[in-house]
Design a protein around this ligand. Structure first.
Ligand SMILES: NC(=O)c1ccc[n+]([C@@H]2O[C@H](COP(=O)([O-])OP(=O)(O)OC[C@H]3O[C@@H](n4cnc5c(N)ncnc54)[C@H](OP(=O)(O)O)[C@@H]3O)[C@@H](O)[C@H]2O)c1
Length: 327
């Protein structure tokens, strides 16, 4: 599959290398708002064609799929345009800035019969799949409480999109995507009700703290922010054991991907699972397996973030509409 890349920011550098090192995938073109930047990026990363403007990239015949690496507020527009041109879509997280937009993206891709995935690499890591298998096999006994914290400490440059409300900035969409998304993934559904509080700067949350209530008496507490040192851990606890991972979004660079199971009587088992999450994610997109489970999860996460934002803005708990039953 031949990918065209939209945007030349920080994450693009990493993902282009991941695309180029995945079997069966090539990167044929990259687009920027400016011709010079596209040219510079193409020459640095060995991409054959550089393109000025995003639509021109989507319209190219040598592009089968588009990787969208833009600020969150631009994801919907370019995903829909790519789908309308018959291109498959790999879209950076957060999928969108609201569930309404996420639904619009999903509909456009469905109508055009193109495949789409949010670029949430950790979901595809073999370690995540093993942890989910253990949880689903009853490792925890009766699951009770999920906790996740995802943060990093700024500073940001003055033009940082994460601090710009009009570009979909703020820690809730950026990092809550991981923390609340992990709760939904491990519990297996979106919450029924949430309560959140946030601290705003220039109209964007720089810290968010939340409680989520799920079916079956499972609760979650999640925290994310730009004012705390890097954290990317979760714990999922139950009546018999808990499972803990201290770097679930992306394994620490200098350590093997690992997690721990703490039994009720104090025994601790350590597990390691080597994998390359982005390559596996890309292979999933370009393969033939159904993406329905990943797509449902992305929309459930987006709906949860909508509810968390509504709760933080109103100071009240917010109930979520029941999600449609799986096909
Ligand atoms: N999956 C991950 O691990 C991961 C990690 C980091 C970020 N992300 C996500 O990836 C997306 C991009 O993040 P990033 O950190 O790479 O952002 P970034 O460095 O700011 O790059 C964003 C790119 O978007 C384009 N753009 C178009 N209009 C823009 C505008 N008005 N302001 C700023 N940029 C604009 C620019 O490319 P041109 O000028 O070339 O057009 C820019 O290089 C976000 O959704 C973020 O959440 C994902």
């Amino acid at each position: 599959m031949r990918f065209g890349v939209i945007g030349t920011g920080r994450i693009t550098r990493r993902l282009v290398a991941d695309l180029q090192s995945t079997d069966g995938v090539t990167v044929s073109a990259i687009a920027s708002r400016t011709a010079e930047r596209a040219r510079w990026f193409a020459s640095q990363y060995g991409i054959a064609a550089s393109v000025e403007g995003y639509q021109a990239l989507i319209d190219r015949e040598d592009v089968d799929a588009v990787y969208i690496a833009l600020p969150p507020s631009m994801h919907t527009q370019w995903c829909v345009k790519a789908a309308e041109a018959g291109k498959h879509v790999l879209c950076e997280k957060p999928l969108a800035t609201s569930l309404e937009q996420g639904d619009q993206m999903a509909r456009a891709c469905d109508q055009a019969s193109v495949r789409w995935l949010d670029a949430t690499g950790w979901l595809h890591h073999g370690r995540t799949i093993k942890m989910l298998d253990l949880v689903n096999a009853g490792l925890l006994g009766t699951p009770t409480h999920f906790t996740a914290s995802v943060s990093f400490y700024r500073p940001f440059q003055s033009d940082e999109h994460r601090l710009d409300a009009s570009l979909g900035g703020g820690c809730l969409l950026d990092l809550g995507w991981y923390a609340a998304g992990a709760a939904c993934r491990f519990v297996g559904e979106a919450p029924q009700r949430v309560f959140a509080d946030w601290q705003l700067e220039n109209g964007v949350p720089i810290r968010t703290t939340a409680i989520l209530w799920f079916n079956n008496n499972v609760t979650a507490s999640v925290s994310c922010g730009y004012d705390t040192a890097t954290r990317k851990w979760f714990e999922f606890a139950g009546s018999e054991a808990s499972i803990i991972c201290d770097d679930f979004t992306r394994p620490w660079a200098d350590r093997p991907p690992r997690f721990w199971v703490h039994q009720a009587h104090g025994e601790v088992q350590s597990h390691e699972v080597a994998d390359r999450q982005e390559q596996r994610m890309i292979r999933t997109l370009v393969g033939e397996e159904s993406l329905a489970d990943y797509n449902r999860h992305a929309l459930a996460t987006q709906g949860t973030l909508d509810a968390l934002a509504a709760s933080a803005a109103s100071g009240r708990p917010v109930s979520l509409a029941p999600s449609p039953s799986p096909e």
